[in-house]
Design a protein around this ligand. Sequence first.
Ligand code: ADE
Length: 224
Amino acid sequence: MRIDIITCLPKLLESPFNDSILKRAQNKGLVEVVVHDLRDYSEDKHKKVDDYAFGGGAGMVLMIEPIAKCIRELKDQRVYDEIIYMSPDGENFSQGIANELSLKKNILILCGHYKGVDERVRENFITREISIGDYVLSGGELAAAVVSDAIIRLLPGVLGDETSALSDSFQDGLVAPPVYTRPAEFEGLKVPDVLLSGHQKKIEDWRFEQSVKRTQLRRPTDSK
Ligand code: ADE
């Protein structure tokens, strides 16, 4: 899989992809993440990529020209399954969307900034708009990193234990059950006996029960 990300702040996207699971996934050749600096596509001598909003109002708007140039150049090289714009008014990101996107071959993500992006970009180049929650970030970069992380960890071979992504919270519509590790007792705080019983069926049943209880408590609207 390949993920291209267009941003005017490429530095913000350096570290998320340069450590741990995401770095290993790239080193193993399971995913290629390529960050494009929007300023490289500006025709302006000062590398300007934004301008004042027509009609007035505070905040700058990302201009269509550099974005169109960048997207067109990328589209000349490969076919994108989705061209995503990160925006607080997009559809709310979920495990279901991460699952769906993890099956694609090429994804292009455009990060918004300032007051957003010229509406003509959204209307003519974008196939999908995604929000990571009902709050406003300074830009789409961190949101793009969140979405990419959720996708990449689902790719076959990325996680050591193939089953671990499937047992994540939300994969079965339930939040994950509590987990414990050594020591079995810490200052009188004990790990539930069932987890030490060695009885796999009882452990599975207990985990399922805990997941259901937690989902009812923490996501009451999702519980049937
Ligand atoms: N850009 C700014 N805020 C955002 C959000 N909540 N989700 C996605 N992109 C954004």
